[in-house]
Design a protein around this ligand. Sequence first.
Ligand code: HEM
Length: 363
Amino acid sequence: RPRFGPYGEHQGALINEPTAATAVISCDVITDRRAELAELFMIISDRIGVLTGGAPTASDDPSRPPDDNGILGPSYPGGKLGVVVGVGASLFDDRFGLADRKPVGLTSMRTFPNDDLDERLTHGDLSIQLTSADDDVVTHAVRDLTKHTRGLMQPRWRINGTAAAPRPAGAPRNLLGFKDGTANPATDPATLDRLIWVGTGQPSWAAGGTFQVIRIIRNLVEFWDRVSLQEQELMFGRRRDSGAPLDGDRETEAPDFAADPRGQVIPLDAHIRLANPRTEHTDRSRILRRSWNYDLGLDSNGQLNQGTLFSCYQQDLQRQFEAVQTRLIDEPLTDYISPVGGGYFFVLPGMADKDDHLGRSLL
Ligand code: HEM
């Protein structure tokens, strides 16, 4: 069941399964005064309260620009929008005197060997992710937030994503045709405490937060569509149609790598095998993945510019995302994907209620 509520110990929207529509906006803070940074967090928090709570949008004074952009008509209901706000390593540089408060392990996103990062799609002081079942709810919120924060932050990059209804069931499909999001850690409180929310070893202000990785990964679909089905399935280690691991029949079944030590059924370099070898030792590196598809039309050569808006959450960037990504270096799938952007962010602890605001414990 979706947890869209904006209030609580955590920013709970990040736990939700991928919604039909999302937008990620990365922004740079354009003031260097700490008091104005605090004001920015208060404005963002206030708008999150309005946007998630529902509001009338009709304007009483036609001689003034309307308060609301009107995209959702004369009023809109609450409970339709999820918001997740994170901060990048660059927020902890000299500008605001926050260097000693930086979450341990938060760096700017590393460049991995197969990456082809575009500076215009990478890093940022803040990440704001908006999610909804309705595309116009996301667009409305993007417009509202950017309008109210003008002068304090400047959008740096933005990307929209979509997730289709499961076909026929299970996880939604990525643009390579495979179900994506099947094998994820459970989201019960004990598992979230063990793998997702930060624990000891972090500054006390950070309690309740988590690390967010965003990766904009282009799918080289023209090449992919010329690969045999058998080869595609060996690359992932799962069947395309059912999503089942190659040693099983159902999507929800776990692969049994121990029963296939030489990789005769699921190759040793299959994506799922490298990403999660399912050993006692690698259980600590599990991540909570939330991925959407994106479609940016054509590139300058007339090739389809489509891909995966990958995100994941974890307690520790190095122990989890970086360990998984390092195991995936040079996997066969790298010939068909190209990471072009994204960033590392720390998702702030949640706000208790409408009188609280994001970033209060930080500032
Ligand atoms: C599993 C696709 C990038 C980590 C999967 C699966 C697919 C998939 C189809 C199997 C179904 C599932 O369990 O969700 C892709 C594509 C990617 C991509 C198309 C890039 C465009 C990544 C990245 C990471 C990652 C960057 C992390 C560094 C994982 C993990 C699993 C997984 C941990 C679950 C393995 C398991 O527990 O069985 N991915 N993936 N993937 N992927 Fe990816």
